[in-house]
Design a protein around this ligand. Structure first.
Ligand SMILES: [Fe+2]
Length: 743
């Protein structure tokens, strides 16, 4: 998840004189009190920025001259105004190649290392039996502006006080103090001021792609000359026929490959070959989060078959339902529907196109026709390619905003992480659930500071207004099965997908994955509760139920009336914070590969060229860069999520090179079922049995991995699967599953 460093660093830049774009000022006094706790760091980049910011803060305090800060701000505003008067904003832009408006938050992003390539281990996790209830009770709770009835505690008891989380160099205890301590409220106010009032984005200056410049980040002489020629011509008010019209932006060809290369190398280094001191120093590698690839390079583009796979075998699966003839009156004989056209009523930022799209499929999962913003489109229509692209964009927007952020993070993970630490220190469920809540609060509180607020990363990358997000929130809370508490098996049955659904990988792999978790949880419960009456009589479980339910969107958690009911609920939580989090939160390849699912699009289609405007594109990608670090692998074997074991059977469908320090596929060892024995240590008599149950869980997951890999070999070849399902799917393969929503 995205980092608190961003608003803090941005504030540092403000103090150094960078321009804000709005009239409302950050209140220096409040910020000055909150800031010093946040910026203690050993990292060189951070330290330099911090040093400069500290000096200005000290000077401002010493001289009692907050005007000093405002002076820098005014200077920046003047520079910006001058750029706009010239008809360009690029002199201040990090995206001058594309005439995108200045966005000061882009600056700190390119100056800090954000990514942890090594998997986390238990050494950074606290003991489940520690008693933190006083700190929990006293902690400040953050709200989430995009989702008004959700809140996250500022204190995360799973993080070792002497450890560090990302951003690098910021100590866990300091983070707990900053987010959960006496300045929590002021810090939240500061983040809102930075994102909303200090740095609004100009929707009309998002920039326009240009192939000639895509692929070079350095400001070359030709680029600069062209930019100033254009500016000068505008300033002199030359008549059109005297202006040397640039090829950019209105008639350039689309070069998606160059654009993908350009945007990805802004922030990460996929091959590890870049020179230290150059991009490697500022790059962020998210390639270990790629679950597959989409080949849009060839002239065929994103075909109808790929489009069908996108829904039936990839990130669109959770949107597919069986057609309801009473409700879907425009089905025209279709069997399946993915209906996101309600989004066309959700408000978007001025100048941006609406989201939407209701896609109909036949019994084999092939696309038939689309209703977009209440208008019908079908293959052969002039707009077909563009409408399909907008449908994919909407899927990625909803997957990211409503399934990943709201669903897995702020509902399932948040509820579990808010409730579990309130159980008594020796309660067995703390030991069972601790690995599944590691850093969950840590991530969610950062989301409150940078992602789930107006003007934050979600609304920068995707283009719903706050009103639009609230409309979507209301819709999904009322209509989506994801937010009605039920097991994944119950949910799948409600989608009425028939025999075809049994072959959709979300269910063909995901339901056995749930069964493995259910077996694990059931065995653990058997160790501690003999009968259903014992469950009913446990007062701690009643309090736990209340605490869990209090953080659900619809407050509809089933009661723990039996051992089975308790096991169903806990297994459902663990499913959503592990394998399903991979499904909803690992669309990195889709987000990065241009031509797959742009985060936003221009209202005026001729400007579009199959890509989000550069600023929105960069922010959308940043949201994924920020979710790229490795956390606790579900099997306990760190080599699994580092791609150093478990890939032997993947060779036939591997989509990118293995890490340079990993053994080749044919030499890779199987993943080891290590589990998390330390989580179950203690004086309780069931300790050994708990550890054995946990190890069996890891073993069962690895057995399931073998079956998934066999299926993927067949899916890749199209053996036994219709074309819409002939695509490998890796979300429940333990090489890609982590123990908690810790990123
Ligand atoms: Fe996530």
């Amino acid at each position: 998840m995205i980092l608190l460093l961003l608003p803090v660093a941005a504030f540092g830049f403000r103090l150094q004189g960078s321009p804000p774009l709005g009239a409302v000022r950050v209140e220096p006094r409040a910020a000055l009190r909150a800031l010093p706790q946040m910026v203690a760091s050993n990292d060189e980049h951070v330290r330099d920025d911090q040093h400069a910011a500290d000096q200005i803060i000290k000077l401002a305090e010493l001289l009692d001259l907050p005007e000093l800060v405002d002076g820098g701000i005014d200077l920046g505003q003047e520079l910006l105004k001058e750029g706009r008067d010239l008809g360009i904003t690029s002199p201040l832009s990090t995206f001058q190649e594309f005439d995108a408006d200045y966005d000061v938050l882009q600056k700190p992003i390119t100056s800090a290392k954000l990514i942890r390539k090594k998997a986390q281990t238990w050494t950074n996790v606290t003991s489940p039996s520690q008693d933190d209830r006083d700190q929990i009770d006293a902690a400040y709770e953050w709200s989430h502006e995009l989702f008004p009835n959700i809140r996250t505690r500022g204190f995360d008891p799973t993080l070792r006080a002497d450890g560090c989380q990302i951003p690098v160099g910021i100590n866990n205890e300091q983070l707990n103090q900053a987010f959960g301590g006496e300045f929590g409220a002021e810090l939240q106010k500061l983040t809102r001021e930075v994102f909303i009032q200090g740095l609004p984005m100009e929707p009309k200056a998002q920039g326009i792609w240009n192939n000639e410049w895509a692929g070079t980040r350095e400001e070359d002489e030709k680029t600069v000359r062209q930019r100033y020629e254009i500016a000068l011509q505008k300033k002199l008010h030359l008549p059109d026929f005297l202006r040397k019209k640039p090829e950019h932006p209105y008639e350039c060809e689309t070069n998606l490959t160059a654009r993908t290369e350009w945007i990805t190398t802004q922030y990460f280094d996929p091959k590890g070959e870049l020179n230290p001191g150059a991009w490697a120093e500022v790059s962020q590698d998210m390639s270990l989060r790629y679950l597959g690839k989409w080949d849009v390079r060839t002239p065929h583009g994103f075909t109808d078959e790929m489009f069908s796979q996108f829904y039936m075998a990839s990130i669109g699966q959770s949107f597919v339902n069986g057609v309801d003839e009473k409700k879907n009156t425009d089905a025209e004989g279709a069997t399946f529907v993915a209906d996101n056209d309600w989004c066309s009523d959700a408000e978007v930022i001025e100048g941006q196109g609406k989201y939407g799209g209701k896609v109909y499929f036949d019994a084999q999962g092939n696309v038939m026709h689309i209703i977009y913003d209440k208008t019908k489109y079908q293959p052969g229509d002039q707009e077909w390619v563009y409408v399909k692209a907008k449908c994919r964009s909407t899927v990625l927007m909803l997957l990211t905003g409503m399934e990943h952020l709201l669903g897995t993070h702020l509902t399932f993970s948040n509820s579990l992480a808010m409730a579990t630490p309130k159980l008594p220190p020796d309660h067995p469920l703390r030991r069972l659930l601790w690995p599944h809540i590691f850093n969950a609060i840590g991530v969610n509180r950062k989301a409150a500071a940078s992602l789930s607020l107006e003007g934050g990363l979600f609304t920068r990358g995707w283009r719903l207004t706050l009103k639009g997000v609230h409309k979507a929130y209301e819709h999904v809370a009322e209509h989506w099965e994801l937010f009605k508490f039920q097991t994944p098996r119950e949910l799948q049955a409600k989608r009425k997908l028939g025999q075809f659904g049994k072959q959709m990988p979300l269910y063909q792999d995901g339901l056995p994955f749930f069964d493995v978790i259910r077996k694990y949880v059931g065995a653990f419960i058997d160790l501690h509760w003999e009968t259903d009456e014992d469950v009913l009589a446990d007062p701690d479980l009643r309090g736990f139920h209340t605490d869990l339910n209090d953080h659900l969107v619809n407050r509809d958690l089933p009661y723990f009336t039996t051992k089975g009911a308790l096991a169903d609920v806990l297994a459902t939580y663990i499913y959503y914070v592990t394998g399903y989090h991979t499904h909803a939160g690992s669309a990195h390849a889709e987000a990065a590969t241009q031509g797959v699912a742009q985060s936003a699009f221009y209202e005026e289609e001729k400007l579009d060229q199959q890509g989000a405007p550069p600023n929105a594109m960069a922010w959308g990608l940043m949201a994924y860069v920020g979710t790229a670090s490795l956390t606790l692998p579900i099997t306990g074997d760190t080599s699994s999520t580092e791609w150093k074991s478990g890939f032997k059977e993947k060779e036939s469908y591997l989509w990118q090179p293995l890490p340079h320090d990993a053994a080749p596929c044919q030499d890779q060892k199987p993943v080891e079922p290590i589990g998390y024995p330390a989580a179950f240590e203690g004086k309780h008599k069931e300790s050994r049995d708990e550890q054995a149950v946990n190890k069996n869980f890891a073993t069962d997951l690895i057995v399931l991995q073998d079956k998934i890999m066999c299926r993927n070999q067949k899916r890749h070849k199209g053996e036994g699967y219709v074309p819409a399902l002939s695509r490998a799917y890796n979300c429940f393969d333990v090489n890609f599953v982590e123990s908690s929503v810790g990123i």
